[in-house]
Design a binder for this molecule. Structure first.
Ligand code: DGL
Length: 272
């Protein structure tokens, strides 16, 4: 039976399980919404892939989420947001609303950090795309952002190295880079980085505002659903679905770190 439009799920995707930090923020803010999550673990990391490859992956994943009748598709990955947001919006058309992780952050930075020195860390793809830099430069009060690609951090987190001596040293090495000196705010332009947010704040002795987009994305999703009368009308707790294109027990075990609880990952045969 077709469900009413309001009760259709929210689709969320990432290259892997880092996007679960965004899914978690959405679940906290909008507990009545049903989530369909897709982690493209077969292609992780996206940060080292070409724009064309990420665009092709994103289109196929959008097809999966549309087949689940998602009313909204959240691109919970900065690399995919920088490579495929415009394309995906055009591709999906009126079938679903598309939200990325970059625009809500640009809005926040524009509101709260104009005239401040702002830094950014993210994957090579996100930094090389220049999407944050051009969107921040296009604000009514333009902001210049100092960007640094920190590719090791995704691998470090994926391997479970955080809150320890190794992560402390790698984070310090990156943040001591000349490009990030004297900043007043740091954008965490990767959905893996909320896991090292406290370490980064400690590095700066809380003197730098450390910004991740999970909460901002949830706020902007809530605003869209409210304005369009699309908030779920469900009274009972929704059943979420978590799909991955490649299953390993270690991905499943890591979901606890990113989502706050272990979730069951189901292998999806998208690339078979
Ligand atoms: N979660 C992705 C992002 O936000 C990074 C991981 C990857 O490189 O696939 O950019």
């Amino acid at each position: 039976m077709d469900q009413v439009l309001q009760n259709k799920p929210i689709g969320i995707f990432d290259s892997g399980i880092g996007g679960l930090t965004v899914a978690h923020a959405i679940q906290q803010k909008l507990p009545a919404e049903q989530l369909i999550y897709f982690g493209d673990t077969a292609h992780l990391p996206y940060g080292d892939k070409s724009e064309a490859a990420i665009q092709a992956y994103s289109i196929k994943i959008a097809d999966v989420l549309l087949a689940h009748q998602c009313k909204v598709i959240v691109i919970a990955c900065n690399s995919a947001s920088s490579a495929a947001y415009e394309l995906l919006k055009a591709y999906v058309g009126s079938k679903a609303y598309v939200i990325d992780v970059i625009n809500p952050m640009v809005q926040l930075v524009g509101q709260s950090f104009s005239n401040k020195k702002v830094g950014l860390i993210g994957t090579k793809r996100t930094v090389q795309s220049g999407v944050y830099a051009s969107k921040l430069a296009a604000l009514p009060q333009p902001i210049v952002v100092s960007q640094l690609a920190t590719p090791l951090l995704v691998h470090m987190i994926e391997e479970g190295f955080f809150n320890n001596r190794i992560s402390h040293d790698i984070i310090a090495q990156y943040l001591n880079d000349e490009s990030l000196q004297n900043i007043e705010a740091l954008i965490l332009a990767c959905t893996h980085f909320p896991l090292i947010k406290e370490e980064i704040k400690a590095f700066y002795h809380n003197r730098v505002a450390v910004l991740d987009s999970a909460e901002e994305v949830a706020i902007s999703l809530e605003m869209y659903l409210k304005q369009n009368n699309l908030l779920s009308e469900r009274n009972s707790k929704p059943q979420h679905t978590f799909l991955v294109s490649d299953f390993t027990a270690s991905f499943e075990a890591s979901t606890k770190l990113f989502f706050g609880e272990i979730v069951k990952l189901n292998k999806h045969p998208l690339w078979e």
